[in-house]
Design a protein around this ligand. Structure first.
Ligand code: GCO
Ligand code: MG
Length: 400
C-alpha cells in the first residue's frame, strides 16, 4: 500500500481551517487538521512545498518512521508551523490505519480508559449578570466544567469577551486597548465569589488569564481564588520561561494549567519534571499529532501531571475527532476544552464525535470517523484573519 496523493485544503466555513487529505492506491484516504490560527497559509505552504512531496509513495502503515523523517529530516526542528504540519500528516496516517484495520482510533490507542471525557465549555459576558446567565444555561445543558470570563469594570475590551464595537479595519488585527492589571486583579476574585455561589459546590470552575500577569501577580491571584476552588487557573503567565512557575507555586495551591501554545515535549519538560503545573494544555494539532502527544502524555503521567487539551473553535472538527479518540484512550487526560464550531463548518466537515451530557464521545467508526467534503470546502475560500493584539492603558504592547 502506498500514498498516491497528498492535498492541502484551505477553507473558511465561518473561520479558516487547513486540512490535509492523504489518498492511497487502495482507495482508503485519511484526513488531518493543520490549522494555526492567524498563520494558516504558512503551514499550508510548508506542507505543499516541503512536507507532502516526501510522503507520496510511502507506505501509510509506517507512521512512526514518517513522523521521524519529517521531524529529524528537516534539520529545523520544533516550532508551531513545523509541528502543525507534521501533526496533520500524522493524524491522517492514523486515520488510514484505523480504516485499513476496520477499527476506531481509540481501539488502536489501547482501548477506553473511561466511558466519556469530561469537557469544559465557556461562559463569557460583558457584565457579571450576563456571565452568570450563560453559566446557568450551560450548567442546565449538562456541562460539569465551565470556564468563566468577564470584562473587568473600567475596561472596554478583553480577550474572548464579546466586543463592544466592530473592528475599524477588518483586514488588520483588532486592538484590545486599555488592559488594566490592577482592575483585573481586583475584579476576578469577586467574579468567582458570585460564580461559586450561583453554581453551587459541584460544578468545576475554570479561568484563563491569557498570559497577562507577572509571576508574583499570578501567585497573588491564585492565593485569593483558593476559597472558590477552581479546577484550574490557565496561562497565568507566558510560559516561555518555565521556571517562572516556581514563583507562582510558592504562593498558591490553586491548580495551574498551561501549554496551548506548546508544540513539543521540550516546551514543558521543566514544568512537568518539577511538577510546577497540574494540567498540560497541549493539543494534537499543535503538539505534533497523536504520535508525539502519546509520548507527552506518558512523560506527564510519571509526574502526576494530567492533560486538559486546548479545544477552541479554531481547532477544526478533525482535531476534535482526534482528541475524542486520544482523550478516551489516554489514562491521564482529565478534561477536554470544547467550543462549538461555526455552523457552516458542518457543511464542510462530517464527524462522528459528539458531546453528550458534558462528556465527549468518539463514536465507533473505523479510523477518526471524520472527513472533509472537498467540493463544499470550495464554497468557503480562505479569508485573511488575525488574532487580536492587546495594549495597556498607556499604549504599551501587552501579551495576548
Ligand atoms: C483557549 C484559548 C483560545 C486561544 C485561541 C488561539 O483557552 O481556548 O486561549 O482562546 O486564544 O485558540 O488561536
Ligand atoms: Mg487558553
Amino acid at each position: 500500500m502506498h500514498v498516491t496523493a497528498a492535498k492541502v485544503i484551505v477553507s473558511s466555513p465561518g473561520r479558516n481551517y487547513v486540512t490535509v487529505k492523504l489518498e492511497t492506491d487502495q482507495g482508503v484516504h485519511g484526513v488531518g487538521d493543520a490549522t494555526l490560527n492567524g498563520r494558516e497559509l504558512a503551514v499550508a505552504a510548508y506542507l505543499e512545498k516541503h512536507a507532502l512531496p516526501l510522503v507520496i509513495g510511502r507506505d501509510p502503515a509506517d507512521i512512526e518512521d514518517i513522523w521521524q523523517m519529517l521531524y529529524k529530516g528537516a534539520y529545523w526542528r520544533r516550532g508551531p508551523v513545523t509541528m502543525a504540519a507534521i501533526a496533520a500528516v500524522d493524524v491522517a496516517l492514523w486515520d488510514i490505519k484505523g480504516k485499513v484495520l476496520g477499527t476506531p482510533l481509540w481501539d488502536l490507542l489501547g482501548g477506553r480508559s473511561r466511558t466519556g471525557t469530561m469537557v469544559y465549555s465557556h461562559a463569557t459576558g460583558r457584565t457579571v449578570g450576563e456571565t452568570l446567565a450563560k453559566l446557568a444555561d450551560l450548567q442546565a445543558a449538562g456541562y460539569k466544567a465551565i470556564r468563566v470570563q468577564c470584562l473587568a469594570p473600567g475596561m472596554d475590551e478583553m480577550y474572548s469577551i464579546p466586543r463592544s464595537k466592530e473592528p475599524p479595519d477588518p483586514r488588520l488585527p483588532f486592538v484590545e486597548s486599555g488592559w488594566d492589571t490592577s482592575a483585573y486583579l481586583r475584579f476576578v476574585p469577586k467574579l468567582f465569589a458570585s460564580a461559586r455561589e450561583a453554581a453551587g459546590d459541584d460544578l468545576h470552575l475554570l479561568h484563563d488569564v491569557h498570559h497577562r500577569l507577572t509571576p508574583i501577580e499570578a501567585g497573588d491571584l491564585g492565593r485569593r481564588l483558593e476559597e472558590f476552588r477552581l479546577f484550574w487557573l490557565e496561562d497565568a503567565v507566558p510560559a516561555e520561561l518555565q521556571a517562572a512557575f516556581r514563583i507562582i507555586r510558592q504562593h498558591t495551591t490553586t491548580p495551574l494549567a498551561v501549554g496551548e501554545v506548546f508544540n513539543t515535549v521540550y516546551d514543558c519538560e521543566q514544568l512537568v519534571r518539577e511538577q510546577l503545573i497540574d494540567y498540560l494544555r497541549m493539543s494534537i494539532v499543535h503538539g505534533g499529532g497523536i504520535s508525539h502527544m502519546r509520548k507527552v502524555a506518558a512523560f506527564a503521567e510519571i509526574y502526576r501531571v494530567r492533560l486538559g487539551p486546548h479545544g477552541a473553535a479554531d481547532l477544526s472538527p478533525v482535531t476534535m475527532a482526534a482528541a475524542a479518540h486520544f482523550d478516551i484512550a489516554t489514562h491521564n487526560v482529565a478534561v477536554q476544552e470544547y467550543a462549538p464550531h461555526p455552523e457552516q463548518a458542518r457543511e464542510v466537515f462530517s464527524y462522528q464525535w459528539s458531546v453528550e451530557d458534558g462528556y465527549l464521545q468518539p463514536g465507533n467508526a473505523p479510523g477518526l470517523g471524520a472527513d472533509i467534503d472537498e467540493q463544499a470546502a470550495k464554497r468557503f475560500p480562505y479569508e485573511r484573519d488575525y488574532l487580536p493584539v492587546s495594549r495597556l492603558a498607556d499604549g504599551t504592547m501587552g501579551s495576548w
